[in-house]
Design a protein around this ligand. Structure first.
Ligand SMILES: Cc1cc2nc3c(=O)[nH]c(=O)nc-3n(C[C@H](O)[C@H](O)[C@H](O)COP(=O)(O)O)c2cc1C
Ligand code: SF4
Ligand code: SF4
Length: 305
């Protein structure tokens, strides 16, 4: 159910970090977050999300006092310098790799913190995602003390029926609690990876031909079509972190470099956006994390603000 009406724009902005665009980020230099608890210090968490899993985890890890900032908003506004006691990042793995925009962010960012942690969400098979992030982030000069993963609903439509996914108990509360405890203790640990997992990823790259330096960066006009069911509600124009949708007299149209985050296809109320590359398991089933509202996603990814 859409919970747009249950949350004010002001509180939504605060909770997803969009206020910083018009507020704290108007000033230049390193960002300092003023709210903090004396015991824990200042914590900033960056996130990227298509269907809300990562925003949910980011909020959970931020707690009452932490600041949760949207990577698409940081990239859009060219904000890359941050300082806090603890800095975290939460992103969904795509083919075991980070989204392209997350690579761009970490490549340009200067993150100053005594403790840095990364939590990668996934739906079925993480393979060597932890090592991939370790390599990418260290190369960018932003190595992380803690890198862990958490399994959530898998939003990859070609392999999974969303109606079935939401019924599977993936033990999210228990796994999240463990991560919270690790981070509270500032544990320095990278989740172990097996040689078999590395090999599966190598096979995946060979099979798909994806460039490991880029990951998923497609063309939205090649991957998605908009059907006559479109009612020009405009939701896709807000939830796309690359601003790939525009409204025309004939309905929504899409084009541009695409993260493959699936925010557009999952959030269209008419099921009017179809994936054209690979057949979907269930074209009628769509997903958004139960704790995340449509307004949250719009504010997280909207390229118009
Ligand atoms: C393009 C794409 C590729 C994905 N690749 C993987 C993968 O390799 N392994 C996996 O377990 N889940 C994969 N997933 C599932 C997501 O990582 C998972 O559902 C994630 O929690 C979504 O986070 P979000 O709701 O914040 O967007 C993929 C999803 C998409 C859209
Ligand atoms: S979200 Fe769906 S119905 Fe709304 S404008 Fe986009 S394609 Fe059309
Ligand atoms: S077009 Fe769809 S899948 Fe591509 S970046 Fe935009 S919302 Fe994500």
């Amino acid at each position: 159910m859409d919970t747009d009406n249950k949350i004010s724009r002001r509180s939504a902005l605060k909770r997803i970090g969009a206020t910083v665009v018009s507020g704290a980020f108007a000033t230049s230099g390193l960002l300092k977050i003023s709210s903090c608890t004396p015991s824990r210090g200042r914590r900033i968490i960056f996130y990227f999300t298509g269907t809300g899993n990562c925003l949910y985890i980011a909020r959970q890890l931020a707690g009452e006092d932490g600041e949760v900032l949207s990577i698409p908003q940081m990239v859009k506004h060219g904000k890359y310098e941050f300082k806090a006691d603890e800095i975290g990042i939460v992103y969904p793995i795509y083919g075991h790799m980070p989204p392209n925009m997350v690579r761009e962010f970490i490549g340009k960012a200067r993150l100053e913190a005594g403790y840095k942690f990364a939590v990668l969400t996934y739906g079925a098979r993480k393979c060597d995602a932890v090592e991939i992030w370790d390599r990418i982030s260290r190369k960018a000069g932003n190595g992380f003390d803690y890198i862990g993963t958490i399994i959530m609903v898998d939003n990859w439509l070609p392999n999974f029926d969303m109606n079935e996914q939401i019924r599977i108990d993936k033990h999210i509360p228990e796994n999240l609690q463990k991560i919270k405890e690790d981070i509270a203790a500032q544990r320095r640990w990278h989740e172990p990876v097996t040689e078999e997992e590395r090999q599966i990823h190598r096979d995946f790259l060979a099979r798909t031909g994806l460039d490991p330096e880029v990951g998923f960066l497609m063309k939205s006009e090649k991957s998605f079509t908009v059907t006559d069911a479109c009612i020009s509600c405009g939701i896709c124009t807000y939830v796309c972190p690359r601003g790939n949708y525009s409204l025309t007299p004939g309905g929504a149209e899409t084009s541009g470099d695409c993260e493959f985050c699936f925010a557009c296809i999952h959030n269209c109320p008419q099921r009017a956006i179809r994936f054209t590359e690979i057949k979907e398991v269930n074209p009628e089933a769509r997903y958004r994390n139960e704790h995340i509202s449509l307004m949250d996603l719009k504010m997280a990814n909207n390229q118009g603000i």
